[in-house]
Write a protein that binds this ligand. Structure first.
Ligand SMILES: [Mn+2]
Length: 333
């Protein structure tokens, strides 16, 4: 019997692989529905919310379950890293309670669900799986209020700056980082690094806002020219300067659209999968990273589940890095 939480409902679907090979561990069998345990390493929290999307009708609310389903295809071991993540205790906490029409009320639930997750499980690595990008603002607010005495830096992967003015359409998938900088979280622009911003679908005025706020913007073109490892070294230095906790936000549209067809606003100039996966492996190892969100996977727009499967690879690669962090094992090379 799953323990009842105030802001989080138990997972609405639980997938189990029927494969009989005992020498192979399937991710969906390893990830357990949470039943009140207090000893986890990592927890999956779904946020099936996409009504604050500016990109027309969004199916991103279906992403948490689509990603749970894509775990059916994954094992816990990858030869790319020669790491098996099954040593980690991983729980599926379920999904944040939604309100049918109330966007601000659901955002408040997201904030409170993040607080509730840390309250129940202590200092775990929390995977917050959206949903559209509007969820990041309340999620960061929750993260910051769990440890109010600590200061937080953010590393953000996206095609867009997501600093649209809150006055025009209210909180949406285009506003989370303005909401964060101008909200109660007290995060400083100089500790926010945006990576992979790309394509003729941004605005110089919003880049101007980022410059004014001291945000570091590293374009997709710069990632390609410099290499992701150099970019990540710089990003960590900036995000960690004067802070002691990191929040990571990954909008799947940071990838070039052939690699993430199931999202509303990718473009050809985006990152390639290994750029993002190496970044995840590096961030998984980083001791100050305690929360990672993954947003804007839209199963309704997807092709043969490729984008949901990309999302599961992003999360699992992060966890491969987390195994290195936990065991003091081999770092990246
Ligand atoms: Mn975004």
């Amino acid at each position: 019997m799953t323990k009842e939480l105030k802001y989080i409902l138990p997972p609405s679907v639980i997938y189990r692989s029927q494969r009989k090979d005992r020498l192979e561990s399937r991710v969906c069998n390893w990830l357990h529905p949470w039943e009140g345990e207090r000893d986890g390493d990592v927890a999956f929290l779904g946020v099936p919310f996409s009504r604050a999307s500016l990109s027309g009708i969004s199916g991103a609310g279906a992403a948490p379950n689509a990603i749970r389903q894509s775990f059916l295809r994954n094992t816990t071991y990858s030869p790319d890293f020669d790491i098996d993540i099954q040593m980690l205790k991983a729980y599926d906490l379920g999904d944040v309670r939604q309100h049918v029409t109330d966007i601000l009320g659901t955002h408040a639930n997201i904030r409170d669900a993040v607080i509730e997750a840390y309250h129940e499980l202590g200092e775990i690595l929390l995977l917050i799986v959206g949903g559209d990008h509007s969820i990041t603002c309340p999620s960061v607010e929750g993260f910051c209020s769990v440890y109010p005495e600590r200061s937080v830096g953010i590393i953000h992967f996206d095609a867009h700056n997501d600093v649209r003015s809150l006055d025009s359409d209210g909180p949406s998938n285009g506003t989370p980082f303005r909401g964060i900088l101008e909200g109660p979280s007290r995060i400083r622009g100089r500790n926010l690094v945006q990576i992979g911003i790309h394509g003729f679908m941004n605005s110089s005025a919003y880049k101007g806002y980022c410059d004014e706020q001291g945000i570091t913007v590293i374009s997709s073109r710069q990632v390609r020219k410099r290499g992701i490892e150099s970019v990540m070294r710089e990003a960590l230095e900036i995000a960690k300067d004067g802070t002691n906790r990191l929040y990571v936000s990954v909008d799947i549209d940071v990838l070039s659209f052939p690699f993430a067809p199931g999202t509303a606003a990718a473009s050809p100039e985006g990152l390639e999968p290994w750029d993002l996966l190496e970044a995840m492996f590096i961030l998984g190892q980083e001791p100050s990273v305690l929360a990672v969100d993954l947003v804007c996977v839209d199963p309704v727009r997807d092709f043969q589940d490729y984008t949901s499967r990309m999302a599961s690879s992003i999360l699992l690669t992060l966890l491969a890095g987390y195994v290195v962090r936990k065991t003091g094992g081999r770092g990246y090379s």
